[in-house]
Write a protein that binds this ligand. Structure first.
Ligand SMILES: [Cu+2]
Length: 118
């Protein structure tokens, strides 16, 4: 039958309220996705600084497919499929850290996402 999802939902709301109460200056940007252009076999900008909870959007402008993948040895936070021309791929980064990534088709293409509170 129909199960009420209320308790979980309530918990999430409470957690959100607590966040706001504890750090009123924290930025809860609403879809302020930072765009990285994949163009001429490079990520631009190569390094991007964002706040925790922000989203990065990669857009492939090249005529060849590229991927976006966490660098070897890194937690696999970033893992796109092959992106054709004009394809987009997004990742939201909830945790602080430096996320190095590369294109698995062209490993010389590298970039890094710096997720830090500011
Ligand atoms: Cu590539």
């Amino acid at each position: 039958m129909f199960r009420q999802p209320l308790p979980n939902h309530r918990g999430a709301l409470l957690a959100l309220a607590v966040c706001f109460a504890v750090s009123p200056s924290a930025s809860f940007a609403v879809d302020a996705a930072t765009t990285v252009d994949v163009s001429k076999f490079a990520f631009g900008p190569k390094e991007i600084p964002i706040s925790p909870g922000s989203t990065v959007r990669w857009i492939n402008h090249d005529e060849v497919p590229h991927t976006v993948a966490s660098a070897p040895g890194q937690e696999k936070v970033i893992a796109s499929k092959a992106m054709d021309t004009d394809d987009r791929f997004e990742v939201t980064f909830p945790k602080e850290g430096d996320y190095a990534y590369y294109c698995t088709v062209h490993p010389f293409m590298t970039g890094i996402v710096h997720v830090h509170k500011r």
